[in-house]
Design a protein around this ligand. Structure first.
Ligand code: HDE
Length: 667
């Protein structure tokens, strides 16, 4: 079913250019009759300057590129709609948070942070989750990440941090990786980064899908109601499908098999009508409780544990439309933390204050001047009326004789009234260039994160530190990091030190606090939209496959038949040829033939690799022989027989068999 057309979609019609059955023209609208040869003086002569079509075509090509985003360069976007559950008038005056009949159009861009525009999707990195709400009162942006904290506390450190994580300047190595000396040197010298780095070393940094990851506004913002009363708020996006991640060995292989893995997943889900949904939740803190916490609400390296302040769901966003042109929409969209509407305001978080400067500043360069908000994707659906004028790429024809305020010449001209009012806050202090003492605890919440992890998550975190620090050349940097890790938790520090062959430094006492909500084990589970490969050849039992498939697809899973050749197998259409398929592109695998496939190395490897990545493995009919040929060291999460549908589905929903021993699997 096609989604309803909303105000933003209709507005974009003004800019859409259908390209069916039309004559080619120049940019001046002059018809072109031939575009394969330039105009030359004689058959073998030089090209003539007067060939305006040739010159224009080349010039336009030469100028196609714009600067990529200085961070978050690689991304993928989608349109959606936000629907409110109940009016929030007691908290905020924002219209779109007060009227449940309003469907607010949105555009979301997901991204990685460190890599260039062409880098692979499945790198170890933070993911951006930026949402533009086209509200009746103007654009409101939540420029979020999939981690709830950040590397630094004060925006003045942002250039230092980004320079450290980006490829090193002398040789531009490595691309889209934090596993290098400058990043870890920054970490050891800037311990405020330690909490965020715990998230970065966890599997949260390698999400299975943009559709299966949380989003966090990170900073404390403020809601303000019509009476001017403020309430602190943290924004959370919670994916309806649950939160799932990949595993490290898998992502390394996906990078080769499908560098567009997350982008493609988002695109295909929307094309298929499996619209990604996210609940918008808030954590609310009354102003009177500002100082009730053992951390500072203005410190962006801290979370408010959900057990302390629960999440309140306030509405749902559904992504239901893919963009039509990547450059025009996804590349040119411009987000800004300072795009807020009446009823929402900032706090004095020094990271947020810096962002409120940086985003507009960067758009001016990246999008070529001050009129970037007139680019279709950035245009609000509410009217834009003011005295701002001219500049590069001005698209509007302002009709008035005057463009200043106040004036007595133009009648009915834009007047400032009933608009956005900044929250009234009393502020006093000395001008100082110092960090507040309330920002000085760098370890407690890193410890909280570690304590909250399941054993398998802890194991992956240790492995990630070892991989990353294993790529660091300087021993003093490794030692510096390990000295911090023992203070986060002696177990963490000891395991990493031992793996690096370093002495285990003296730790200190650490607290035992935990926040169970932080573990991915405690997130909702299901099999909807999970991808399952069915390995078939001509000997497969098509009836058994069809029965299993119907049971899985009935719960929303996607089954693909993988077979040695394209066409049909056992009467079923083949979705992918075995030589073009890989287990890492699926969540689970069913062996449906063994008579032929047990002697095909690629099919055997497919099963072994899925086993290594702790995925559910099923076998129906002669598929048992394929599983036997794979010589798996144990049968944890391996379901064999013709009545496996329920148990196998449960296994897929559990995502992975983390307790499966995979140490000896060579795949
Ligand atoms: Fe950003 N960030 N950021 N950031 N950020 C940008 O804006 C910046 C921070 C985030 O899909 C840039 O248009 C500073 C936190 C996302 O287009 C730039 C600081 C969070 C995106 C910029 C931060 C984010 C950006 C680069 C510290 C999570 C991609 C291009 C003071 C809450 C948006 C651009 C998109 C992009 C600056 C920290 C999220 C340079 C100075 C914290 C999702 O303006």
């Amino acid at each position: 079913m096609q989604p309803e057309r909303d105000a933003k979609d209709r507005q974009l019609d003004e800019h859409r250019v259908p390209l069916d059955d039309v004559t080619m023209t120049t940019d001046q609208g002059i018809p072109v009759d031939h575009t394969d040869d330039s105009l030359k003086a004689g058959m073998r002569g030089p090209t003539l300057l007067e060939d305006f079509h040739f010159r224009e075509k080349l010039t336009r090509f030469d100028h196609e590129r714009i600067p990529e985003r200085v961070v978050h360069a690689r991304g993928a976007g989608a349109y959606g709609v936000f629907e409110l559950y109940e009016p929030l008038g007691d908290l905020t005056a924002a219209e779109f948070l007060n009227d449940t009949s309003v469907k607010t159009p949105t555009f979301v861009r997901f991204s990685t942070v460190a890599g260039s525009r062409g880098s692979a999707d499945t790198v170890r990195d933070v993911r951006g989750f930026a949402t533009k709400f086209y509200t009746t009162q103007g654009n409101f942006d939540i420029v979020a990440n999939n981690f709830p904290v950040f590397f630094i506390q004060d925006g003045i450190k942002f250039p230092d941090f980004v320079h450290a994580v980006k490829p090193e300047p002398h040789n531009e190595i490595p691309q889209a990786q934090s596993a290098h000396d400058t990043f870890w040197d920054f970490v050891q010298l800037q311990p405020e980064s330690l909490h965020m780095v715990m998230w970065l070393m966890s599997d949260r940094a390698i999400p299975r899908s943009y559709r299966m990851m949380q989003g966090f506004g990170v900073h404390t913002f403020r809601l303000v109601n019509a009476q001017g009363k403020g309430t602190f708020v943290k924004w959370h996006w919670r994916p309806v499908l649950g939160t799932y991640s990949l595993v490290w060995d898998e992502v390394l292989r996906i990078q080769g098999n499908d560098p567009d893995y997350n982008r493609r997943d988002l695109w295909e889900a929307i094309e298929r009508g499996a619209y990604p949904e996210y609940e918008l939740c808030v954590q609310l803190v009354p102003e009177e409780r500002e100082h009730d916490f053992d951390f500072d609400l203005l410190d962006a390296t801290k979370i408010i544990p959900e057990e302390q302040v629960p999440l309140r769901p306030i509405g749902k966003m559904t992504l239901n439309r893919n963009p039509q042109n990547f450059f025009a929409e996804t590349e040119q969209v411009a987000f800004h933390t300072a795009n807020i509407v009446p009823g929402i305001d900032f706090t004095n978080d020094p990271l947020l204050q810096a962002r409120n400067f940086s985003y507009l500043d960067t758009q001016l360069l990246r999008l070529g001047g001050p009129n970037f908000s007139q680019i279709p994707i950035n245009r609000p659906v509410s009217p834009v009326r003011n005295d701002q004028r001219d500049g590069f790429h001005q698209h509007m024809i302002h009709e008035s004789r005057t463009s200043y305020e106040k004036n007595s010449i133009s009648v009915g001209r834009p007047a400032a009234m009933n608009g956005y009012r900044h929250y009234t806050e009393r502020v006093e202090g000395h001008k100082i260039r110092e960090r507040s003492p309330s920002f000085q605890d760098f370890y407690s919440q890193a410890t909280l994160f570690w304590n909250s992890m399941a054993d398998w998550e802890k194991g992956h975190i240790v492995a990630a530190y070892l991989f990353e620090l294993g790529h660091v050349e300087r021993k003093d940097i490794k030692e510096g990091v390990v000295a911090h890790l023992v203070k986060i938790h002696p177990d963490l520090g000891a395991q990493v030190a031992e793996g690096l062959g370093l002495p285990v430094p003296e730790g200190g006492p650490v607290h035992a606090n935990a926040s169970p909500a932080l573990s991915m084990t405690n997130q909702p589970r299901g099999i909807a939209t999970r991808k399952i490969a069915i390995l078939m050849a001509d000997g497969a039992d098509a009836a058994a496959v069809t029965a299993l498939r119907q049971a899985l697809e009935g719960q929303g899973a996607i089954c693909e038949v993988v077979a040695p050749a394209e066409g049909h197998v056992g009467g079923l259409p083949v979705d992918r040829q075995l030589s073009a398929a890989s287990s890492v592109l699926y969540d689970a695998v069913v062996a449906a033939d063994g008579a032929a496939l047990a002697s095909v190395g690629r099919a055997v490897f497919f099963v072994q690799e899925a086993f290594k990545h702790q995925k559910a493995i099923g076998a129906v009919g002669t598929g048992r022989q394929l599983v036997e040929a794979a010589r798996l060291p144990n049968d944890v999460g391996v379901f064999v027989g013709d009545d496996i549908a329920d148990a196998f589905a449960d296994g897929v929903a559990g995502h992975r068999f983390y307790d499966r021993d995979i140490f000896a699997v060579p795949a």
